[in-house]
Ligand binder design. Structure first.
Ligand code: NAD
Length: 514
């Protein structure tokens, strides 16, 4: 990595000429800057190793201040008619998509996480807007629990939902604004004040979201953000006795710690966790579709989407053809490049430490007897590349998309453990029973894909895989009405549509008698 100089060039891309000092947002006010450098975490652009700014490593007392603000705001926010909360959601969506913010958010996401700007413009930021837009609509029409006239006709039982209360929202670094707003929008729509704790690796767009909330003029204390590490600010939020609900997206090991902390307080907890998603390629599939989709599913966002397919099982009769085509397609279409070049499809990984983790799995694959069909190395660049691109590719956390074959499907750790990078393994199978067993052989159960033409077989395979979401002949086709969430060690609870609103509300039954 290059020495930690300031990334002035990057900062200029978001209209700033000096490092950004991210501060907490509590009660609609930005806190004072932490003067003690020991309490600051550097915001690093992983594509060049340079500093974009600093964020506070907030302590328990700052989480406490945010909790006080949110608790004070809770009652009046919950009492607002749904239509009014819906209007607030629309105002926030309008600001995200405005010419003032859209491009700035996209660029900030690309700089902070290293992902390709094209992905930020077409996925991350449009989806953040859509999250508010969607829940602004849903909250006005959502009536999930019908009233019942009892056996005794003089009684009417009616279910009554009210907001669960102040909620802690903890998000990871891979889709920073997208996943944070996936929690914020239903939480606010349902009538809950929130305290957000975004990942310390990618906090910039959460800071800008706070600026948007300030501009919109949301009532004080309804939306708060505390920045910092998981073990300090995150843990303080999770263990706070007066915060009744925690919605968490991140790794399985962190999820376990959060579940343990919350259990004695019987907090409501939603956990969206890690995955090691299998894709099954049946012999009668449309091979070109399977190849094209498998490449996207493995390498989009540098393989750093929880829904990426990182284990591919191909029927023996088409295995050689599939491997050859996937390698060719990957090499021709997934080019590592400067993240802010609009033609780049593969940016940098989110941090140099994450790159080290991913590389260690590639080394492990070699030790386990795997064959690198492509990738596994830092990208190269040619003399014709622009100076900025050459500097960036030599200093940043880049890795070529990597395809590995020849690993033992039963014993390889590379096949069982989550890598969360641009690395995919391919194995052969002979019959449906054995591939279902291989697909189900990890602790995870987040998502899966099946490719094949025979409807009966694809349905049988899809229904036999223990995963929260299974796609047949496609990948990442998401409708935000549908339930989202993993099985096994990939999660507890569902998000999406009414499931999110159910999480942020609690249900009582009221019985009336004439
Ligand atoms: P992580 O678990 O390290 O961190 C996630 C968040 O939790 C961060 O904000 C972090 O600061 C915080 N945190 C860490 N320790 C904490 C603690 N003890 N108490 C409270 N908060 C704590 O995960 P990550 O590395 O940021 O993200 C990658 C992981 O997220 C991968 O495993 C990926 O599969 C998973 N993920 C899952 C989904 C899903 O929907 N299932 C979506 C995206 C990412």
């Amino acid at each position: 990595m290059a020495s930690k100089s300031i990334d002035y060039e990057g900062l200029r891309k978001i209209g700033v000429d000096s490092p950004i000092f991210v501060t907490n947002f509590i009660n609609n006010k930005f806190s004072e800057r932490h003067e003690n450098i020991n309490n600051l975490i550097s915001i690093i652009n992983p594509s060049n190793g340079k500093i974009l700014g600093y964020l506070p490593d907030s302590s328990t007392s700052e989480v406490e201040a945010a909790a006080e603000a949110a608790l004070a705001a809770q009652e009046s926010w919950a009492a607002l008619p749904r239509k009014e909360r819906s209007l607030w959601m629309q105002k926030i969506a309008d600001r995200i998509s405005s010419s003032d913010w859209f491009e700035k958010l996209a660029m900030a996401e690309s700089l902070d996480s290293g992902k390709a700007i094209k992905f930020c413009r077409t996925v991350d930021i449009p989806r953040a807007e859509q999250n508010f837009r969607y829940f602004s609509r849903l909250i006005t029409v959502w009536h999930p629990d019908p009233a019942i006239i009892g056996d005794d006709p003089s009684t009417l039982h009616y279910p009554h939902r009210k907001p669960v209360g102040v909620s802690g929202l903890i998000s990871p670094w891979n889709l920073p604004l997208y996943l944070l707003t996936w929690k914020v929008a239903p939480c606010l729509a349902a009538g809950c004040a929130c305290i957000c704790k975004p990942s310390e690796v990618t906090s910039l767009t959460a800071f800008f979201l706070a600026k948007i909330m300030e501009e919109v003029g949301l009532p004080s204390g309804v939306f708060n953000v505390v920045f910092g590490t998981g073990y300090k600010a995150g843990q303080a939020l999770v263990s706070h006795p007066r915060i009744p609900a925690i919605s968490f997206t991140g790794g399985t090991e962190t999820g376990k710690k959060i579940a343990l902390t919350c259990a004695p307080m019987f907090k409501k907890v939603s956990l969206e966790l890690g995955g090691k998603n299998p894709s099954i390629i049946l012999p009668d599939c449309d091979l070109d579709l399977a190849v094209f989709t498998s490449a996207r599913a493995a390498f989009n966002n540098q393989g750093q989407i929880c829904l990426c397919m990182s284990r591919v099982y191909v029927h023996a009769s088409i295995y050689d053809q599939f491997v050859e085509k996937l390698v060719k397609f990957t090499q021709e279409n997934f080019k590592v490049g400067h993240p802010q070049d609009p033609t780049t499809t593969v940016g940098s990984l989110s941090s140099s430490s994450h790159l080290d983790k991913v590389k260690s799995y590639i080394e492990l694959a070699k030790m386990e007897g795997g064959k690198l069909e492509c990738g596994g190395v830092f990208p190269t660049w040619d003399e014709a590349s622009a100076e900025e691109t050459r500097q960036c590719l030599s200093a940043g956390a880049f890795l070529e998309p990597t395809i590995i074959t020849g690993l033992d499907p039963c014993t390889s750790r590379v096949i069982k453990e989550e890598i969360f990078g641009p690395v995919v393994t391919i194995n052969k199978f002979e019959d449906i029973e054995s591939v279902i067993s291989m697909a189900n052989s990890t602790n995870y159960g987040l998502a899966a894909c099946v490719f094949g033409k025979d409807g009966q077989t694809t349905r049988k395979v899809a229904q036999s895989i223990r995963a929260g979401m299974v796609w047949v002949n496609c990948w990442m086709v998401r409708d935000i009405n549908t339930p989202f969430g993993g099985l096994k060690q990939s999660g507890v609870g569902k998000e999406g549509g009414s499931h999110s609103l159910e999480f942020f509300t609690e249900l009582s039954n009221i019985t009336l008698m004439d």
